[in-house]
Unconditional design. Structure first.
Length: 440
């Protein structure tokens, strides 16, 4: 069994412990409310370091956390008294423009992927915040502005290089370990540490457009209903969104990825919803689109959020959504799914909610710890008004809601199949600091 003093010599990368220079920065994650102290932070230089870290954690009996981008609101990556695998030194992206594929290391951020692919006019579905990690996003499914055109991130996965609970490095593809390949496409971090993702890229160009109108929420029911209904027939290049903020307007709009001029019919539909309080229609580069939410989603704030998947939104649900403007804190959104997301067979991946029409999210951010419970309670109250129409939840939007939340994310059939794969690949539940699926 390795001793604590022997650990640094076992790795090509760094080993940080309490008191080490950089330790506090390394243990800080996106949600500023997470304040835990691992016994060790191993900043892995490559897959061999990851293999060693998994084996060391098991030999020392330490809880094991894995940090890619560190965006989990629950802070699963940071295990109190445990060993944290930090992939931030593994951010390489290699693009094959002719083959339209990318090899992406497990610690890469979405901005790294976009920076490598956009010089060729290529991209794949990759979230909406550029400092998100590819690992957590892709393993939970992966939604972004390209999902209605090209499916989820996991739908574009060709293969994975993964370190298993035994410290082995294996490949998972449709032909190699297909059970593991299926589970990694939506099943989260339950099955190992992915050190490389092989992804399909698409010719999307470099242009996009964002169009929004602000309306008075007091008279917003009809335009909200009309706009959300338009999502069913909308071109797949368009992702329709509705947003409300505490004390703010109703904002209706869409994001278009492609030549901005082609979006003119959608802009006309938006303009037909009524006289706006404000109107914003602007072409934007795709890379800038992917960075547009970076400041609002900055690291360090204390955060809480709740989410639902919905398929039906009767007027009672829309009224409940509009009533969010009367809250004292928080913002809520409805984002359209459909399009290419529905083209993938439900059983083809571990992402279970192919028929979802909209994702509902409500969240708040703040700085004072004294506001923690008040803001969290407000988000829970607002989300509860939409819950009667909930058909599940996106696992990447799920907080620390225990087994009940994980069941909501997958449903009975997918959950049972994931348990079988978990039992085959991680029977001791080494990878349990996540939206956990215990083995059978």
């Amino acid at each position: 069994m390795p001793t604590a003093g022997a650990l640094p010599a076992m790795f090509e990368g760094e080993v940080l412990a309490p008191g080490s220079p950089g330790y506090d920065l390394a243990r800080a994650v996106w949600n500023g409310a997470v304040d835990r102290r691992p016994a060790y932070v191993v900043r892995c230089a490559g897959a061999e370091d990851v293999r060693t870290a998994v084996r060391v954690a098991r030999e020392l009996g330490l809880p094991l956390g894995v940090r890619g981008g560190g965006h989990s609101a629950a802070g699963w990556a940071v295990p109190d008294g445990g060993l944290m695998i930090d992939l931030s030194r593994m951010r390489g992206v290699v693009v094959d423009p002719g083959g339209r594929t990318a090899q992406v290391q497990g610690g890469a951020l979405l901005g790294s992927l976009d920076a490598a692919t956009q010089p060729y006019g290529l991209a794949t579905t990759a979230g909406i915040v550029s400092h998100t990690g590819i690992g957590g996003l892709a393993l939970g499914g992966g939604v972004g502005w390209l999902a209605r055109q090209f499916g989820l991130t996991c739908d574009n996965a060709l293969g994975y290089e993964i370190v298993t609970a035994d410290g082995d490095l294996v490949r998972a593809t449709a032909d190699e370990h297909p059970d593991l390949f299926w589970a990694l496409r939506g099943g989260g971090g339950n099955f190992g540490v992915v050190t490389r993702f092989d992804l399909t890229l698409h010719d999307v160009g470099t242009q996009a457009l964002v169009a929004e109108v602000d309306l008075d929420p007091a008279s917003g029911l009809d335009p909200l209903r009309t706009w959300l209904s338009a999502s069913e027939a909308a071109p797949q290049r368009a992702t329709l969104v509705a947003e409300v903020r505490a004390g703010g307007p109703l904002t209706l709009g869409f994001v278009w990825v492609g030549p901005p001029g082609d979006a003119a019919p959608m802009v006309a539909q938006l303009d037909g919803l009524g006289t706006p309080l404000a109107r914003r229609v602007a072409p934007i580069g795709y890379v800038d689109l992917q960075r547009q939410s970076d400041v609002g989603a900055a690291h360090g704030f204390r955060r809480y959020a709740k989410s639902h998947y919905v398929t039906e939104l009767p007027d009672a649900a829309l009224d409940a959504f509009l009533a969010h403007t009367a809250a004292d804190v928080g913002a809520a959104s409805l984002t359209a799914y459909g399009g290419a997301i529905t083209d993938v067979d439900r059983d083809a991946t571990a992402f279970a909610h192919r028929d979802t029409r909209f994702e509902y999210d409500v969240g708040a951010k703040w700085e004072d710890p004294a506001d923690d419970e008040r803001h969290a309670a407000t988000c829970r109250r607002l989300a509860a008004t939409i819950e009667p129409w909930s058909v599940g939840v996106y696992v990447n939007a799920l907080g620390a809601e225990g087994a009940a939340g994980v069941h909501r994310a997958y449903g009975a059939t997918t959950y049972a199949r994931l348990q079988e794969v978990k039992g085959a690949w991680d029977p001791d539940n080494v990878f349990r600091l996540n939206q956990n699926i215990p083995p059978v």
